[in-house]
Write a protein that binds this ligand. Structure first.
Ligand SMILES: NC(=O)C1=CN([C@@H]2O[C@H](COP(=O)(O)OP(=O)(O)OC[C@H]3O[C@@H](n4cnc5c(N)ncnc54)[C@H](O)[C@@H]3O)[C@@H](O)[C@H]2O)C=CC1
Ligand SMILES: O=C(O)[C@@H]1CCC=N1
Length: 268
């Protein structure tokens, strides 16, 4: 079995490691790195994986997962100099950074896969999109897919789509939680107890998501089925349109995509 090192085991790195352990991967095939010694101790205790220095971790792994913030990636690559070779696969989770960012800092020919997952990996419901960099072959993409498959769904897309993917499914859970928060406020306005409102909204979100997934119906059809003539739902939909919520969502997703592009420019 391959050895996987997750460099920078913060929120998403920890989530990936925990998911792989849940899927039955032996702890001794996993390595984590952390900046602070307290974090390293936490990871050892919570996950039972090895926690090493970045260079040591990378050298010992077949698959090197980069899970630091994009702003910390260049420094990390300096630390890895001489410890990664073209026989390994580097999988970057860094928002915005193209595979070329890593390729020019790694030995010639090192395969780099750009991946974007999301936090529902915590409950094995992630959406992960993988894209091949210049030296990544079918085999390397398969390695990355195999890594993320236990955490939810995986999809291959050309790297050119990754900034849009980041804005959509990478950041997407935050938009869903924002909607839940807003609906909870609305429920409070209507006088519902907060705990009951939370349960109503969460089950409604879960039910609607299951309908989308299990029926395969177009969302418009599903919405129409809820919207009775001269009923209540159409009044709410009219307000959403009046407040230009559809346009606001388009602007929001575009702004996230633009930020991914900006990160790449800032980091060079
Ligand atoms: N949070 C999310 O939903 C998602 C995040 N990502 C990407 O994953 C990466 C990490 O994001 P988060 O986990 O949210 O951030 P985070 O800040 O929780 O995790 C990053 C971790 O890297 C550590 N770190 C930084 N430099 C290091 C170094 N040189 N050596 C060892 N550890 C180092 C930090 O101490 C921190 O614990 C980012 O590039 C982000 O774009 C990708 C998909 C989803
Ligand atoms: O907000 C961010 O930059 C990261 C990337 C996608 C989700 N979280």
């Amino acid at each position: 079995m391959t050895t996987v090192a997750v460099l920078g085991a913060g929120k998403i790195g920890h989530t990936v490691l925990a998911g792989l352990l849940r899927a039955g991967r032996p702890g001794d095939t996993l390595i984590a790195t952390a900046r602070r010694p307290e974090r390293a101790a936490e990871l050892r205790e919570a996950l039972g994986v090895r926690v090493l220095a970045n260079a040591e971790a990378a050298a010992a792994a077949d698959v090197v997962v980069l899970a630091v913030k994009p702003q910390d990636a260049a420094e990390l690559m300096t630390e890895l100099a001489g410890h990664v070779s073209a026989s390994q696969v580097v999988v970057s989770l860094c928002a915005g950074l193209p595979t070329s960012f890593f390729a020019k800092r790694l030995p010639d020919g090192t395969p780099v896969v750009r991946a974007m997952t999301n936090t529902p990996a915590l409950v094995d419901e992630a959406m992960t999109v993988v894209s091949a960099g210049e030296h990544a072959t079918e085999e390397h993409l398969a390695v990355a897919e195999e890594l993320f498959r236990p955490l939810g769904k995986t999809l291959r897309m050309p790297e050119a789509h990754q900034d849009a993917v980041t804005a959509l499914s990478g950041s997407g859970p935050a938009y869903m939680y924002y909607l839940v928060e807003a609906m909870t406020d609305a429920a409070i306005l209507l006088g519902l107890p907060r705990a009951a409102a939370h349960d109503l909204i969460v089950q409604t979100a879960v039910g609607a998501a299951a309908m989308l997934r299990d029926t395969g119906e177009h969302p418009v059809k599903l919405r129409e089925a809820v919207t009775s003539p001269a009923g209540t739902t159409i009044n709410a939909v009219r307000e959403l349109e009046r407040h230009r919520v559809r346009a606001a969502i388009a602007d929001a997703v575009e702004a996230a995509r633009d930020r991914a592009r900006e990160i790449a420019e800032e980091q060079g």
